[in-house]
Write a protein that binds this ligand. Structure first.
Ligand code: BDR
Ligand code: CA
Length: 305
């Protein structure tokens, strides 16, 4: 089995991505590390514990990580998935934090990856703060990873949190910059535009959440506020996870050296593609370009069965 560690800011799509990995017979999750993002760090931890409970997988350890960006002062004005990150479902019984591990997420990342050097795929679907802290504590951390999968950044200069920046990168641009410049392991990125270009229909979404299972009912509940005014279904984080589970889901990549804009008044947090390699970097990231949608849909359907 492929070994995964997942770093999330657990909103609805992170939840979907976790459920996809839990349902796949070809991967095993060794731990889930939490980062602020879609909601506060407390809510993120609670949401992950909630997802694991729904899936009967409470043996998977969950670790609390960064509550704020490297520079601090992150406001969270843009709430994709409600204040609690999982759709603000009224009267929902949510687990407490008793089952959270005592170890900090960054320490857990360093430990788990050292215990399985060269074997772990790290899937990061929130701001990259925990990963940036990990490489600062141990500069050899990235070379111990097998692959890194990221949902974040954008390809054409349009963002979803600001004019030019995607949510995860814009919440902690310095962290994204550190990770893209210092993680010299094979890195696969599902950008915002890639997810938009491979969005699914609302008819598919209905088939997905109307499956007659506990997991599908849970997903239907946490998406109910969000789903009625949408024209298509974009499960952002699920693309990064699907690629980690089955690399044949992604059928084309752009290999390119990348960086993150830190200073632009209008562009801070934007992913910058150095297609002509003017910075003369030797390391290239793989930006996902094309997706086998039939395979992707199968993984999604299976995740809620
Ligand atoms: C990303 O931002 C978060 O809100 C989502 O969970 C996803 O990781 C999309 O830009
Ligand atoms: Ca996310």
């Amino acid at each position: 089995k492929k070994l995964l560690v997942v770093d999330v800011d657990c909103g609805v799509d992170d939840a979907q991505a976790i459920m996809m990995a839990l349902a796949s017979p070809s991967v095993e999750i060794l731990g889930i590390t939490c980062c602020f993002g879609n909601t506060s760090i407390e809510n993120v931890c609670r949401n992950v514990l909630h997802v694991l409970k729904v899936c009967n997988r409470t043996e998977i350890p969950v670790f609390r990580g960064a509550s704020d960006s490297l520079l601090g002062g992150s406001d969270l004005p843009f709430l994709h998935f409600g204040g609690d990150g999982l759709g603000d479902v009224p009267d929902q019984a949510r687990p407490g934090l008793e089952n959270l591990q005592g170890e900090h997420a960054v320490q857990a990342l360093l430990r788990i990856i050292s215990e399985h050097a060269g074997q772990i795929c790290l899937v990061a679907t929130g701001p990259l703060t925990n990963l940036a802290l990990a490489v600062k504590l141990d500069p050899t951390f990235p070379q111990k990873l097998k692959h890194l999968y990221i949902m974040g950044g954008n390809m054409d200069g349009t963002g979803n949190r600001s004019m030019c920046a995607e949510f995860n990168f814009s919440l902690d641009p310095e962290a994204a910059h550190i990770v893209l410049n210092q993680f010299l392991c094979p890195t696969y990125i599902a950008t915002l535009q890639f997810t938009y270009n491979n969005s699914l229909s609302m008819d598919f979404f209905k088939d997905l959440v109307n499956q007659n299972t506990m997991k599908a009912r849970f997903m239907k509940k946490i998406t109910s506020q969000w789903s009625h005014n949408k024209s298509d279904f974009v499960s952002y984080d699920s693309y990064a996870m699907a690629a980690a589970i089955d690399e044949s889901v992604i059928t084309d990549y752009l290999a390119c050296s990348v960086s993150v804009e830190l200073n632009g008044q209008l562009t801070r947090g934007m992913l910058v593609l150095d297609v002509n390699n003017r910075q003369k970097k030797t390391h290239k990231a793989f930006l996902m370009k094309r997706c086998d949608l039939e395979k992707f849909k199968k993984l999604l359907m299976l995740s809620l069965q």
